[in-house]
Design a protein around this ligand. Sequence first.
Ligand code: DND
Ligand code: ATP
Ligand code: MG
Length: 246
Amino acid sequence: MEKRIDYLVNWLKEEVNQSGAKGALVGISGGIDSAVVAYLIKRAFPENSFGVILPINQRVEDQKDAVAVAEDSGIHYVGIELTETFQTAVKAMQEKINDEWNDENDRMVKANFQARLRMSTMYAVAQNYDYLVIGTGNQPETYTGYFTKYGDGGADLQPLLNLSKQEVREMATELGVTDQVINKPPSAELWEGQTDEDELGVSYDTIDAYIRGEKVDPEDEKRIKQLHKGSAHKRSIAPGPDEFKG
Ligand SMILES: Nc1ncnc2c1ncn2[C@@H]1O[C@H](COP(=O)(O)OP(=O)(O)OC[C@H]2O[C@@H]([n+]3cccc(C(=O)O)c3)[C@H](O)[C@@H]2O)[C@@H](O)[C@H]1O
Ligand SMILES: Nc1ncnc2c1ncn2[C@@H]1O[C@H](COP(=O)(O)OP(=O)(O)OP(=O)(O)O)[C@@H](O)[C@H]1O
Ligand SMILES: [Mg+2]
């Protein structure tokens, strides 16, 4: 695992240097994926790595975890409270759209808006320092499309893209991430009580096994295939029409 860490650290250095940027930035949530990325970018850019903690109605416990990750990794970090900004923007939309506000879509609209508000903030802060935005998407999340298009999916580099969730856990242990963060149920924290595996309807270990080519329960396989197919549009750039030849 130490070799794989070195490989990712070197890859980050090469990519950032090639881009002409001066360093790297990550959003730190208090979850394991962003913890691993925080430790990796600190190793790659000891003096030029930056963590942003961006609470939007975030539980105090998770905010504390995020601060602990930032402190423990030794990364330079700031907290930028976005709850009020989020609420103000939602209120403005709701007032205008008014009786056409779709209550059925309400939860997901707000969830994805949170992720995109964070992404916009990360790009603004990163550009201020001439840093790149480093994403935290891992292999099972990417395969199933479990991310917000242009939200947490919007980043310049994705170092964890080929890592299973189990490998993320192993890497976290090797890097010195605390058990508190490693053992927390993965959550997007986009609404109260949300957990990834409840929403996905299948566990990360099962998705990992499926991607490795192992046999999984037929119902789980069906679900994974459905998620993968339905999210293909998130893994490619937006299509345009063929050239007009009229
Ligand atoms: N076929 C198609 N071709 C092109 N575009 C298509 C499309 N179908 C939908 N779209 C577009 O994509 C949008 C839907 O995609 P998207 O906006 O991503 O939204 P959606 O996939 O509906 O939801 C995002 C999922 O990711 C989860 N998430 C989000 C953020 C962070 C995390 C985490 O783990 O931390 C998890 C979240 O809980 C939710 O389950 C539609 O509103 C539409 O604009
Ligand atoms: N409160 C937050 N502050 C800063 N960044 C955040 C916050 N919430 C989410 N993010 C960003 O969105 C990413 C996607 O969240 P996701 O839940 O998939 O990862 P995680 O929280 O790091 O790990 P886990 O999947 O185990 O919960 C995070 O890794 C982080 O970069
Ligand atoms: Mg999380």
